[in-house]
Design a protein around this ligand. Structure first.
Ligand SMILES: [Ca+2]
Length: 253
């Protein structure tokens, strides 16, 4: 039988203690990683709040909740003012959305809340003004101008489409398909809703009196959602040119 002397016993104990310490340390590290992850993970990250709301963490109930925006930054830039659908100018989109939420949630004095305030939304960016009526000749030329504008945007941007044959005569086709994909985000369901048209319509309305008529005309069957083929048709492209390329658009780094 093999006997260990004192020195060997000491070495074995040292080795055993090292193994135990290593296991303890590993456990401590995983606990530490777990607790750091718990701290870093934002409970609001997976919550989508409504119009005029923000997410806050309620420490008393240990849960995230949506409340009306608490404060909006002062805005002195006239270009960031917004006009509501009731033709009332607001200091910024934040101020409009906050007030609507405060009125709906009865968090402000009711004498400041009208029926309109509870139902308002942003009509366009900029101070309210008289929008000139859309002229027929301007509306007729609108698709060409929109194509040129989108073509310029995609040419100047860092977006390109993979597997494109780079047919320069129809380069604008890629541009209008890209814009459709860019608008179709909430949800990304291959339809562009009236809500999804907002980022295109709101900044242009004060300058382009025909944008609303043009976009309304794109919804040819009036079902309040525009398909890729409908989008192409109102911009002058044939259905077979409107290929679904949303997954092929990439941003050049
Ligand atoms: Ca959509």
């Amino acid at each position: 039988m093999y006997h260990l002397d004192n020195v060997e016993w000491t070495k074995c104990w040292a080795l055993l203690l090292l193994i135990v310490a290593s296991i303890e340390c590993k456990n401590d590290q995983s606990e530490l990683t777990k607790s750091v992850t718990e701290v870093v993970e934002d409970p609001c990250a997976s919550i989508k709040c409504g119009f005029g709301q923000e997410c806050v963490f309620d420490h008393d109930n240990n849960e995230a909740e949506c409340i009306c925006i608490r404060a909006c930054p002062q805005n002195d830039d006239l270009r960031r003012r917004v006009c509501s659908n009731y033709n009332e100018t607001w200091q910024s989109d934040c101020h409009l959305m906050k007030h609507r939420c405060d009125c709906l949630e009865e968090q402000t004095d009711s004498k400041y809340c009208t029926y309109e305030h509870k139902h308002m939304h942003i009509d366009y960016y900029g101070e309210c003004k008289d929008i000139e009526p859309c002229q027929d000749d301007v509306l007729e030329d609108f698709p060409r101008r929109m194509r040129d504008w989108l073509d310029n945007i995609i040419s100047l941007s860092r977006v390109e489409v993979t597997e494109s044959k780079q047919d320069m005569a129809h380069k604008w086709i890629d541009a209008i398909i890209w814009k459709f994909c860019d608008l179709d985000k909430e949800p990304h369901d291959r339809y562009v809703s009236r809500h999804e048209l907002f980022p295109l319509r709101a900044p242009l309305l004060s300058m382009e009196s025909c944008i609303s008529d043009f976009l309304d005309g794109c919804d040819s069957n009036a079902d309040h959602k525009i398909t890729l083929v409908e989008w192409g048709k109102c911009l002058g492209a044939s259905p077979d040119e409107m290929k679904d390329k949303c997954n092929q658009f990439i941003s050049k780094v």
